[in-house]
Design a protein around this ligand. Structure first.
Ligand SMILES: Nc1nc2c(ncn2[C@@H]2O[C@H](COP(=O)(O)OP(=O)(O)OP(=O)(O)O)[C@@H](O)[C@H]2O)c(=O)[nH]1
Ligand SMILES: [Mg+2]
Length: 298
């Protein structure tokens, strides 16, 4: 008799920038989730679905849990909290090359409060960056935050220990059917993934002041058959000065964002992309209920 099939939801939680989305892209071997060197890259819930012959792990990528400063931040935290409540397994990501920060404590508290009885795995990520003499003390300090969690050291960028990590997760899933077909790797529409990939490209290129004020909306996504697809998108910022920064000297920054964004959309979609970008100012959109809803954060 073969092994019984397992399936369920795996909420991925952690403070901003610890590598949650990078880890999931690596596990799926496809870049469908936005990743950047800046904190608070992920803003919405997005599924990353791993299907094997005997299991289906439905990972729920969530925004980094943090102290919110505006309505967008509150929305992002609520997305993470709900994912914890609905999870069969919690995957908590820490970055092990640094000692725990206040933000990590906040995350551990949220897990203990929202999912106190849920099987939890602590992925101690960025093992490639940890100084050997710091490893043991950092490791112990993180485990003290979540004493019942099963720890695994990983590196998302080097893809170290990811097979072991997924095995430990699958072992903790309940018995259940395959909910999504083999070919479904996410629940997000290509249009929304494209908007996030453009934003990721911009975050990697822009300096600290702009990223949190940036939102991207795809206005048009037209198939051109053999010739690929045409995408027109708008980058929204909150102030005129930010618009200048995003456009850059004689348009150089916007051109670079377009180039990098196009490359990642081509990789994700497997076809040629023509990308048209423009920049608009939307004052105070992060605290504007209507704007948040229109931008997909509500
Ligand atoms: N050196 C190293 N860098 C990593 C590793 N995993 C992720 N990173 C980097 O960490 C940064 C943040 O990665 P993300 O995947 O966007 O982090 P996140 O936790 O999803 O962040 P939010 O969406 O903001 O909550 C990126 O620059 C990644 O390349 C790792 O294992 N080693
Ligand atoms: Mg993320």
């Amino acid at each position: 008799m073969g092994k019984e099939h397992r399936s369920g939801f795996v909420a991925v939680a952690g403070r901003p920038n610890v590598g949650k989305s990078t880890l999931l892209n690596a596990i799926l071997a496809q870049d469908i989730l936005p990743v950047s060197p800046k904190p608070q890259t992920t803003r919405v819930r997005q599924l990353a679905i791993l299907t094997t012959s005997s299991a289906q792990a439905i990972f729920v990528d969530t925004p980094g849990i943090h102290r919110p400063r505006n309505r967008l931040g509150k929305y992002m935290n609520s997305v993470a909290s709900h994912a914890l409540e609905d999870a069969d397994v919690v995957l908590c990501v820490f970055e092990v090359h640094q000692a725990p920060k206040v933000g990590d404590r906040l995350v551990a508290e949220a897990i203990l409060q929202r999912a106190p009885k849920t099987a939890t795995i602590a992925a101690l990520n960025k093992m490639d960056l940890v100084r050997p003499e710091r490893l043991q003390s950092n490791w112990n300090a993180f485990l003290a935050l979540l004493p019942a969690a099963h720890p695994i050291g990983v590196s998302a960028t080097r893809e170290d220990n990811l097979d072991l990590l997924t095995q430990e997760i699958v072992d903790r899933l309940p018995k259940g059917p395959q909910y999504y077909s083999d070919s479904e790797i996410t629940d997000a529409h290509e249009r929304d993934i494209a908007a996030d990939l453009i934003r990721s490209a911009a975050l990697a290129l822009l300096r600290d002041e702009v990223p949190h004020s940036l939102a991207v909306m795809v206005d048009e996504y037209t198939e051109r058959g053999q010739r690929g697809a045409y995408i027109a998108a708008t980058l929204y910022v909150e102030r005129d000065s930010q618009k200048g920064i995003v456009i850059g000297k004689r348009g150089s920054m916007l051109r670079e964002i377009g180039k990098q964004g196009r490359k990642s959309i081509e990789q994700m979609s497997g076809r040629k992309i023509y990308l048209d970008l423009r920049v608009k100012v939307w004052p105070g959109w992060r605290d504007d209920v209507k704007a948040l809803r229109q931008l997909g954060y509500g």
